[in-house]
Design a protein around this ligand. Structure first.
Ligand code: FES
Length: 113
């Protein structure tokens, strides 16, 4: 019998209504710091910490699909997670699904059980 939620499960992250167009919010499913962003009515889930020095990205600026870190202005493509000055540096990107107005995240790259 399965009793605990793990990284191979879809985990509640946020209510859809809390994520406005062009907005960003943090989420902490299983304690993992995630950034949720909505651009052109698509929702993206990326690592919530900047690759540079781990500043919280939800406090940055989102203009179009470019996210600027609040600490030292590193910029990322919100759709891909790529750092604009060096595309090999990429924020972790997570799968999302929406059900009944709630967003669920998959923390592993594996398909859910
Ligand atoms: S911590 Fe993000 S640019 Fe320095």
């Amino acid at each position: 019998m399965k009793t605990e939620t793990g990284i191979n499960d879809w985990i509640y992250a946020a209510d859809e209504i809390d994520l406005k167009e062009g907005g960003m919010i943090p989420a902490y499913p299983l304690g993992v710091h995630i950034l949720l962003a909505r651009v052109d009515d698509s929702v993206y889930a990326l690592s919530g910490k900047c690759i540079h020095m781990a500043c919280p990205l939800y406090m940055g600026i989102l203009k179009g699909d470019i996210l600027t870190c609040p600490c030292h202005d590193w910029q990322y493509n919100i759709r891909t997670g790529e750092f604009l000055d060096a595309a090999e540096l990429i924020l972790e990107k997570y799968k999302l699904k929406s059900e009944n107005g709630k967003l669920y995240i998959l923390l592993t790259k594996e398909e859910p059980k």
